[in-house]
Design a binder for this molecule. Structure first.
Ligand code: CTP
Length: 422
């Protein structure tokens, strides 16, 4: 699958219920993109968040408060002086309890008011009292967005600690083309995760490999395996959320490239080796999650092979063992491998740990629907070079990724680790 064919956004990339027990305030301003905030709210609720919606008066001209009320299951805050018993915004209380605030769409007017510290309605008043992460998602006409006053105000907000979620470029409701379109809801949710995570991996360069490789037989056929890439992508995404500088070398998958990650697409094991040696030279940590084909056809036929004899054999030659090669030239890098086995997990994993000079290997038995290739969950055992082992319960691949990063961080990058990473 080429990059162009890949889905741009992937809602399922973030595990369900990741925002359980999180209170998020969604501020909606008066812009045509207010309808997209409905989708954003739906996504936040699906992730388990308790969402309170605050609307400006103009926003209510675009979408009725009832829509937000029905989807959030809570009264919508509209007025600073709402009746305290019913639908009151209680702006100080909401501000105190919020884990994060998203303003989407954020109009030029609201951006200007926030930059100037003006509090003349429910939303702007509430925002002055918030100390949690605040994401501002501008949406407006291109010329308005590029206007010097708006740009100056956005710079000011950034300097004040707001996180600006850049608008996308494209055709706008006003008929013009350019930047100003509200960022896609899935992107906004992804950046929310990024900003909710603590940045314990900040300044650390991580290279992750993911997915299968494909070894060409002829222009229409190849040898490959069932790796979906989900585990490797989860590791890359988790490391990016936690502040690492991440490069992902990916074999062919159906997954959208993680935001904020430099993704290098490869097809064959040879291409993967070249990309790993090029991009891994400066890495502090390499995690090889990819299921690399051990053999490739000796020659890839230039034209489609036609059927003739009853039997056919295909001469294969060995691919380079990329991880072993890295292990023989460690240059101070921490090396973590994955071992997907159908049997004798411990024996095979420990043999690979030793043979490839790894610091850790993550072993998992494949074959069950809840663990391994294609599944959203995984059950792994961590084997360390010092002989210790840790069997983890069956968990979402996103959670496995975070626990794996916790363990690597404790052993190699810090003295102290906080298990509640996000
Ligand atoms: N690996 C690699 N290059 C290869 C084969 C494997 O870098 N040519 C890496 C994988 O990315 C993984 C680890 O080595 O991190 C173990 O891969 P696995 O396929 O489980 O084991 P192999 O060493 O290939 O041994 P076998 O296929 O015999 O189990």
């Amino acid at each position: 699958m080429t990059k162009a064919e890949k889905p741009l956004f992937q809602e399922g990339a973030i595990m369900q219920d990741s925002l359980k027990d999180k209170q998020i305030v969604l501020g909606v301003c008066g812009g045509i993109a207010a309808y997209k905030s409905v989708e954003l709210l739906r996504m936040l609720v699906k992730q388990g968040a308790e969402v309170r919606v605050l609307m400006t008066r103009n926003a209510q001209s675009f979408v009725g408060p009832l829509t937000f009320e029905a989807l959030s299951g809570r009264p919508v805050g509209r007025d600073l002086f709402d009746d305290a018993a019913q639908g009151s915004i209680r702006h100080i209380e909401w501000a105190r309890n919020a884990h994060a605030v998203i303003i989407a769409p954020a109009t030029a007017n609201m951006i200007g008011k926030l930059a100037g510290g003006i509090a003349d309605d429910a939303l702007s008043t509430f925002l002055l009292a918030v100390t949690a992460p605040r994401l501002i998602c501008p949406s407006m006409n291109t010329h308005m967005y590029e206007n010097m006053a708006v740009q100056r105000n956005l710079d000011q907000l950034e300097a004040d600690g707001y996180h600006i979620i850049e608008p996308a470029a494209g055709e706008l409701a006003c008929g013009e083309t350019g930047p100003g379109r509200l960022a896609e809801p899935a992107y906004i949710v992804d950046r929310l995760f990024h900003h909710l995570c603590k940045k314990d991996w900040s300044g650390i360069r991580v290279l992750v490999t993911a997915g299968p490789t494909r070894e060409a037989i002829d222009p229409v056929r190849y040898i490959s395996n069932h790796s979906s890439g989900k585990m490797g992508y989860a590791v890359a995404r988790a490391a990016e959320y936690r502040g690492a500088e991440v490069t992902l070398v990916s074999g062919p998958t159906r997954l959208a490239p993680p935001f904020g990650v430099k993704t290098v697409d490869v097809v064959s094991a040879c291409e993967m080796a070249a990309a790993v040696f090029e991009h891994g030279a400066e890495a502090d940590l390499i995690i090889k999650v990819a299921a690399v084909a051990d053999y490739r056809p000796q020659t890839a036929a230039a034209h489609k092979i036609k059927k003739s004899a009853e039997e056919m054999s295909l001469p294969l030659v060995k691919n380079m063992d990329i991880l072993k090669e890295l292990g023989e030239h460690k240059r101070g890098r921490v090396l973590v491998g994955f071992a997907a086995e159908t049997d004798d997990l411990t024996e095979y994993a420990l043999a690979k740990l030793k043979a490839k000079h790894l610091d850790m290997i993550v072993g998992n038995l494949v074959g069950s629907p809840s663990s391994g290739f294609g599944a959203d969950t995984n059950q792994v055992t961590l084997y360390h070079a010092d002989g210790t082992q840790e069997a983890l319960p069956n968990m979402a691949k996103e959670t496995v990724a975070h626990v794996l990063l916790d363990r690597i961080h404790t052993r190699f990058f810090a003295k102290k680790v906080d298990h509640d990473s996000c």
